[in-house]
Design a protein around this ligand. Structure first.
Ligand code: NAD
Length: 491
């Protein structure tokens, strides 16, 4: 059971029929401003810790990675996230934010503990690897000697919270001191600070009134400005996140499936997407055709969801997610095909400039990055690939040492026989086709993200190709504002 509630009106869902409940206690006090810990200070946790400290809370961030903790403690964000370094320095100066590797310190300090550790895809399986989550919950539970709410923020398969209740109870010195809740996170990398401070909704998965009150106290400044709040039971709260990601992934793969049909028929998927976007029921967001989704969330989340549904005997209900994944992966291979076509059918020795490495612009995250996958496939076919990304070079070099990297955008395209746009950074979108044309050996562009002005490139003498669009321009005139209806997908 769940309901949308205004900040002032909500009720804890009836958990009597939902099985596991962590604590029967609703008598613990609720501090006006609970002290918060954030366990796991990666992309999600570091942002959450900094944002909550900026809202006036005392926050202790914990990570098992000493180097990460040291960097954060010195006021340095170990990854690229616009606006976060400035906010980190501000809250470090205020003294409200500290970092540690000590679970003893975290247990002693916190009233509300947000668990933000990774849940990557398990090796050799589509399941989520839950060892980090289990370890974080039990390490903490074993040390707690004061009333505490343990709140999962990591994305987990439905049913995880119920299982964690058993593990926490077994590990705890006094289980009655501990309650467990789930608060899924919807932030988008690249917009993480604003998404954390001004989320479009909050979801609290709770089983006691005390847990709800503690979460309300922990999010008071966000709720006070009218942010919608959904109170749910634990499995619903877990499901909200994977259901949302599955929907977004499906929308992206839907338009990319249409791109495949366009390729077989000579139709233009950009025009098709523009026309679809005029329908309010469909809308233009996430209807952007191209190389598809990647990153540390969407791909592993839809796989883990399908895997979990199969375990639960409802695999058929989300069997379409396998197809969503396949469509997405086919876009990567098809991008390689387009580059090969522009290289007259053979990539051996062909100098290819690969623009982008991050899974999306405004991030240095290369987890399951389509860009690097494509660059590596081109390399495997014998192309002389050179990669450039404005922010993700260090991460790319670490995980793809077999690729060659250019120090600048200009060095990357210099002498290229084919240029392929793989991550739509603004810098690449803004590039002047005339000037770029003077640097390359041959003016051949594969626009893997439908981010460039095809007419401007063709006018500057480029051969321009994009997935799902005819090789030759058509005489059809696009209505200008129809183009604007298709907004850039931001995952
Ligand atoms: P990440 O890999 O950047 O960070 C995870 C951190 O957890 C790492 O710093 C790691 O050292 C730390 N860690 C691992 N085990 C630990 C333990 N036992 N105790 C303390 N720290 C530990 O991952 P992320 O992108 O921040 O994602 C974290 C979770 O949040 C995942 O479940 C992810 O699906 C979810 N999520 C991520 C985003 C996003 O945009 N990155 C958005 C919403 C939800």
């Amino acid at each position: 059971m769940s309901l949308v509630a205004n900040p002032g009106r909500s009720r804890v869902p009836d958990s009597s029929s939902k099985g596991e409940v962590m604590s029967s206690s609703t008598t613990h006090a609720v501090p006006e401003k609970p002290r918060l810990t954030v366990i796991g200070t990666g992309y999600l946790g570091a942002t959450h810790a900094v944002a909550m400290a900026s809202l006036g809370y005392e926050v202790l961030g914990l990570d098992v990675d000493q180097a990460k903790v040291d960097r954060l403690a010195s006021g340095d964000v170990p990854f690229f996230e616009p606006g976060l370094p400035e906010l980190l320095r501000e809250v470090m100066d205020s003294g409200r934010l500290r970092f540690t590797t000590s679970f003893d310190e975290a247990a002693e300090f916190g009233d509300v503990h947000f668990i933000c550790v990774g849940t990557p895809q398990a090796h050799g399986s589509h399941a989520a690897n839950l060892t980090y989550v289990e370890s974080a919950f039990t390490e903490l539970a074993a040390r707690i000697t004061r009333p505490a709410l343990l709140v999962g923020k990591s994305t987990v398969p439905v049913g995880t919270a119920a299982r964690l209740i058993g593990l926490v109870r077994a590990a705890a010195q006094d289980p009655e001191l501990i309650d467990l809740a789930w608060n899924p996170e919807f932030l988008r990398e690249g917009y993480a600070v604003q998404d954390t401070l001004r989320p479009d909704r909050l979801v609290f998965g709770v089983t006691t009134a005390w847990a709800e009150k503690m979460l309300r106290a922990a999010f008071a400044p966000i709720l006070e400005v009218g942010t919608p709040l959904v109170i749910a039971d634990l499995p619903t709260a877990e499901l909200v996140k994977v259901a949302a990601n599955s929907f977004l992934a499906t929308k992206i793969s839907y338009i990319n499936a249409m791109a495949e049909v366009c390729e077989a028929t000579g139709a233009d998927v950009n025009v098709l997407a523009s026309a679809l976007a005029y329908d309010d029921r469909i809308g233009g967001r996430f209807l952007k055709p191209g190389l598809g989704f990647g990153g540390g969330c969407l791909p592993k989340d839809i796989r883990a969801f399908a895997h979990r549904a199969e375990e639960l005997g409802v695999g058929q209900a989300v069997a379409f997610l396998h197809e969503v994944d396949s469509i997405n992966n086919r876009r990567r291979r098809r991008t390689v095909d387009l580059v090969r076509e522009l290289a007259d059918g053979d990539l051996k020795g062909v100098r290819v400039a690969a623009l982008g490495a991050a899974f999306k612009p405004n991030s240095d995250d290369i987890r399951d990055a389509p860009a690097l996958d494509v660059a590596d496939m081109l390399r495997a076919e014998g192309a002389d690939v050179i990669v450039y990304d404005p922010q993700a070079m260090d991460n790319a070099r670490r995980d793809y040492p077999q690729l060659t990297y250019a120090p600048t955008f200009a060095e990357c395209v210099k002498g290229a026989q084919v240029v392929v746009l793989l991550t739509e950074w603004q810098k690449f979108r803004d590039a002047d086709p005339e000037m770029m044309g003077e640097l390359v050996e041959r003016k051949a562009m594969v626009d893997g993200r439908h981010a460039l002005d095809a007419d401007a490139y063709r006018a500057a003498g480029w051969e321009y190709r994009a997935l799902g669009r005819p090789a030759q321009p058509r005489t059809v005139q696009l209505v200008e504002d129809a183009k604007d209806q298709v907004m850039v997908a931001a995952t």
